[in-house]
Ligand binder design. Structure first.
Ligand code: MG
Length: 224
């Protein structure tokens, strides 16, 4: 807020103000800067030194919210058509708005339960926030992210499939536990052992995307 707007709304601030994230009590809450400072301290205490890869490799929790909202908002618009089932207090609104309000709120706690107030059933307004919340807190650790999605959500096959796709894209196949990769059947249909997943992936890798130069060779190669 601009200083004059803040002054008009709160007067001069000399003490804690009632905060909706603390049940309207006038207590301290960490700013995002304070959080960063203490996560850094935790990192130093755990590792004894600064390890840049560990600090910078995973996107920060806020990145998942910001990126989702940035991409989804122009597609969804502002139409007020959805209401999450498990949260009667939530306003009607598009998914990006729910993610923006509810997930940002959840940043106040360090590692909340994945399903949380969304019930995490087979319903878009529960599935997407639940998947994003797992990614926010466990996106740096592909195994733990999938384990949390499987164990902490209701519609766990759907949420774990989304989380698995995201951490796979982020970290690559080799970051997934060997025992899981070795156990893949490659089935598309539960009772047909045709290893079709692997066949489809192989075809996809060999098929150039429309308007893509991939697979066409260089201009020099094409002329020969
Ligand atoms: Mg499901």
């Amino acid at each position: 807020m601009l200083p004059r707007e803040r002054l008009a709304q709160y007067g001069e601030i000399r003490d804690y103000l009632p905060n909706r994230y603390a049940g309207d009590r006038a207590v301290d809450l960490p700013s995002d800067d304070t959080q960063l400072a203490f996560w850094m301290l935790e990192h130093l205490l755990d590792r004894g030194r600064i390890e840049p890869d560990a600090l910078t490799a995973p996107p920060a929790p806020k990145w998942w919210i910001d990126t989702f909202v940035q991409r989804a908002r122009p597609i969804e618009g502002d139409a007020t058509v959805y209401r999450p089932r498990g949260d009667r207090t939530a306003k009607l609104g598009p998914l990006w708005k729910l993610v923006d309000e509810k997930l940002r709120h959840s940043l106040q706690s360090r590692r909340p339960e994945a399903g949380g107030e969304w019930y995490s059933g087979a319903y878009l307004l529960e599935t997407v926030p639940a998947a994003l919340r797992v990614l926010m807190y466990y996106g740096a650790d592909p195994e733990e992210a999938i384990v949390r999605a499987v164990n902490d959500t209701k519609d766990n096959d759907t949420i774990a499939a989304i989380v698995g796709a995201a951490v796979g894209a982020l970290h690559g196949e080799s970051a997934l536990p060997r025992r899981w990769r070795d156990g893949l059947s490659g089935r598309v249909v539960a009772d047909v052992d045709d290893r079709k997943v692997f066949e489809l992936l192989e075809r996809a890798v060999l098929t150039p995307a429309p308007n893509s130069e991939r697979g066409r060779g260089t201009p020099a190669q094409r002329s020969t």
